[in-house]
Design a protein around this ligand. Structure first.
Ligand SMILES: Cc1cc2nc3c(=O)[nH]c(=O)nc-3n(C[C@H](O)[C@H](O)[C@H](O)COP(=O)(O)OP(=O)(O)OC[C@H]3O[C@@H](n4cnc5c(N)ncnc54)[C@H](O)[C@@H]3O)c2cc1C
Length: 357
């Protein structure tokens, strides 16, 4: 796929790329054997995702994997009934089914109180109405967990792409992580049965919080692998490129930039390991996941800018992945909650400011 927005054949390959990761058991980390997982821990997940990032160098694929895992697989693991888990998990873990989660709307992203998608009771279940926007995996998803207001409170509903009254579209898209695929979900009297309610009625806000905490804690495992590749590219170039008869990297203005890139990457790895350590010890990660997401996305942004500056115009050549990483980094400061929202969370946990999810 190039820097343009995806076409139909790209959607097929986007799905296939996810399924290839599933075949390598990537979706089974940090999941107990009894649920069909590998029975390893979150540290194992971090290492596996990092290796995928090094190998694929594709932030879109990493975003897509994370939307599937934290948006659909883990909410089912945490909140699903045994019947729901038996029905959905095997195919989600094997990649037969692709999932994601739909929170954001045209009029409300950071502000959950602005969400207007509504669910109402019907004899056979629920009817959903509204529009979700910027939803990762929508064009290739089989099922999405959609958060909607039922009796004023947010609740979570599992909606399949072939349910009556729903359209998983491939518009609206953004310039960033384009290989992930994205679209709006249009709900027009979408009818779903009772057993598609996930978790308790009214528990949606808490479920969003729990899904986003996991996403914030671990999405940079894969991206840190990409940053490892980014750093190696820059080091190689700084060694080879001659300026005034000397390697580019021997100029201190360049070598210091590279040193800063290395420090950022190492610090992200420390944060990721801390998230894994706390999850494996079954401790809370609200503060640490917000700090990880904030630090990592800002570091990704700065290192992506530095990489281009070091490479000169070559870094900006059309289809140069290093240039695409700048847009991916911009997107990373928004998805899973923006940098401002992470600062709000951190400040609120320090007893100042207002808590936002
Ligand atoms: C690549 C990508 C993938 C995405 N995937 C998904 C997905 O799978 N599912 C999904 O539901 N959503 C998804 N999103 C949407 C994403 O979650 C939202 O973009 C994000 O929550 C911000 O919402 P917004 O874009 O509506 O901006 P707004 O909420 O309108 O915010 C605009 C600006 O104001 C700032 N701001 C807002 N509120 C405050 C505040 N209280 N204090 C300080 N500053 C504030 C924001 O930080 C931002 O800078 C994705 C977005 C991108 C870019």
């Amino acid at each position: 796929m190039n820097n343009m927005h995806p076409q139909i054949s790209d959607y097929e390959s986007a799905r296939q790329r996810l399924q290839l990761q599933a075949q390598q058991n990537l979706f089974k980390h940090a999941i107990a054997l009894e649920f069909g997982g590998l029975g390893d821990d979150f540290q194992g997940l971090v290492e596996a995702h990092t290796a995928v990032g090094v190998q694929c160098q594709d932030t879109g694929l990493i975003l897509s994997i994370n939307a599937h895992l934290w948006g659909a697989v883990f909410p089912l693991l945490i909140y699903g009934t045994p019947t729901q888990q038996q029905h959905w998990l095997p195919d989600l873990l094997s990649g037969q089914l692709i999932g994601g989660h739909a929170i954001t709307e045209p009029e409300g992203g950071s502000d959950l109180t602005a969400l207007t998608t509504r669910a109402s009771h019907t004899v056979e279940g629920f009817s959903l109405n509204g529009c979700k926007r910027y939803i990762t995996n929508t064009p290739i998803a089989d099922v999405l967990i959609i958060y909607a207001r039922l009796d004023q409170q947010l609740s979570a509903f599992m909606v399949k792409k072939d349910d009556v009254g729903v359209q998983f579209t491939d518009q609206t898209q953004v310039n960033g992580c384009v290989t992930a695929t994205m679209g709006d979900v249009l709900l027009n009297n979408c009818l779903i049965p009772h057993d598609r309610l996930l978790g308790k009625m009214g528990a949606g806000a808490m479920m969003i919080q729990s899904a986003l905490e996991l996403e914030r804690a671990f999405i940079f495992a894969g991206i840190s692998g990409i940053m490892h590749w980014q750093l190696a590219e820059v080091i190689g170039y700084a060694r080879e490129r001659q300026v005034q008869g000397k390697p580019l990297g021997s100029h201190q203005a360049i070598s210091h930039k590279i040193a800063d890139m290395q420090v950022r990457l190492s610090t992200i790895r420390l944060w990721l390991n801390e998230c894994a350590r706390l999850k494996d010890a079954q401790k809370r990660i609200t503060l640490v996941s917000a700090q990880t997401k904030l630090f990592a996305s800002e570091a990704f942004m700065q290192s992506s800018l530095d990489a281009i500056q070091i490479m000169g115009a070559r870094g900006l050549e059309v289809n140069n992945r290093l240039a695409q990483l700048v847009q991916d980094a911009l997107a990373s400061r928004l998805f899973s909650g923006s940098s401002e929202i992470q600062r709000n969370i951190i400040a609120a946990l320090l007893g100042i400011g207002i808590y936002t999810s």
